[in-house]
Design a binder for this molecule. Structure first.
Ligand SMILES: CC(C)(COP(=O)(O)OP(=O)(O)OC[C@H]1O[C@@H](n2cnc3c(N)ncnc32)[C@H](O)[C@@H]1OP(=O)(O)O)[C@@H](O)C(=O)NCCC(=O)NCCS
Length: 158
């Protein structure tokens, strides 16, 4: 699947919100907001990251102009991290891989880091296809699971 990345527009947020409330996505991502259906908290989060110069948020757009999801780089220097979310209907067609490749072309900083729930095989695969390598494991409380789970830490060097 071919995608482009562009700046986030106000009108994208309702789509992101709907996508971030899809139960399968929430379970898969695991480390989600406490209450993904809290629209006020969602809006406050997006208002904060869109005005933060340390965050590079991008809307992922498909070939027909549809909003496929979003991708971002965030975090302090030396701990720069990537994140992405693809709407359920677009899974399994290479959208996340294409979006991450594009993001890595837009953001030249290295190293870049990523975290995924250890059972999020799709996300780990996307990261590895884009050159990230597993560098460690951690445990953290996952809101979507209501318990502490294992996380995989990955890094893209040079
Ligand atoms: C994870 C996610 C980004 C994947 O998006 P996608 O567009 O379907 O991903 P792609 O199609 O680019 O690639 C998925 C790859 O993972 C593979 N895959 C899928 N499920 C897998 C699993 N359980 N174990 C291992 N590999 C898996 C696919 O076969 C594909 O690899 P391939 O191209 O070699 O066949 C998407 O499901 C999503 O947004 N989930 C909810 C949010 C989330 O988890 N974000 C990441 C947080 S770390």
């Amino acid at each position: 699947m071919r995608v482009i990345l562009r700046d986030v527009r106000d009108s994208d947020l309702s789509v992101f919100w709907a996508q971030s409330n899809e139960p399968e996505g929430i379970h898969m991502a695991a480390f989600t907001a406490k209450d993904p259906s809290d629209r006020a908290a969602f809006d406050a989060h997006w208002a904060r990251i869109r005005q933060d110069p340390a965050v590079v948020p991008r809307t992922v757009v498909g070939e027909s102009g549809e909003i496929v999801g979003h991708a971002a780089v965030f975090g302090p220097p030396e701990e720069r991290e990537v994140t992405y979310w693809i709407g359920r209907q677009h899974w399994g067609r290479g959208a996340a891989t294409a979006a991450l490749r594009e993001l890595l072309a837009v953001v030249p900083e290295r190293p870049l880091h990523a975290r995924a729930a250890a059972d999020n095989g799709g996300s780990i695969r996307v990261l590895e296809k884009c050159g990230f390598v597993v560098t460690g494991r951690d445990r953290g409380f996952a809101n979507a699971r209501g318990e502490e789970i294992e996380e995989v830490l990955l890094t893209l060097s040079g």
